[in-house]
Write a protein that binds this ligand. Sequence first.
Ligand SMILES: O=C(CO)[C@H](O)[C@H](O)COP(=O)(O)O
Length: 234
Amino acid sequence: MSLEKAKQVAAYRAVDEFVKSDCVFGVGSGSTVVYAVQRLAERVETENLKVICIPTSFQAKQLIIKHKLTLGELETNPVIDVTIDGADEVDSNMTLIKGGGGCLLQEKIVASCSKKLVVIADYTKDSQKLGDRYKKGIPIEVIPMAYIPIKNKIASLFGGELKLRNAIAKAGPVVTDNGNFILDWVFTNQDLDWEKVSSVIKMIPGVVETGLFVKMCQKAYFGQAEGTVVERFV
Ligand SMILES: O=C(CO)[C@H](O)[C@H](O)COP(=O)(O)O
């Protein structure tokens, strides 16, 4: 079974277990979420569910529009019942690395407004300690003018290496949906207190958000190679 199938089974299971009629639903970003929105659209059609969808990125908004789902926003729906989102890595404490797709800021805002954050992922994202599986580092969204001082400060505080994320089909850096840059922090110490680290990094002027999601996620679904789904919860 392919990795895509593993993403799909996790996404379908999460949507089937968490989405109910008359709910406000946070739509995460990334390739696994595509399957969640597909499943949601099927259920809205067949079961006539009433669901308002709050996007976490430009991509999520486009998915909502494409599937003719009801688009909402935090101004009118500041409380979300459940958000289903992908992750780059989930450790044994349910601490997440997010932002591999560059959408961490809006993802964290929407997650923080959600009664529940549910992660959907394939088996390659399931790890004991952050850094065991995901080697690209922790994404940190920063104001462009400050990227060099921020890079130097994080390296001197916690070690490791920070790389400005470069675009693929554009010369120069990735620019986020919010007009910022992303530094990917390849850390060397896997035993850091991630809650503390995230707060310290956020205090550096120019840092907008970190891709560390600590004590935010209640449940994770990992699609397996053979088509089953492993669940983890707190
Ligand atoms: O955090 C994210 C985007 O900012 C994604 O949820 C994360 O990168 C996982 O994506 P995928 O489902 O494509 O593996």
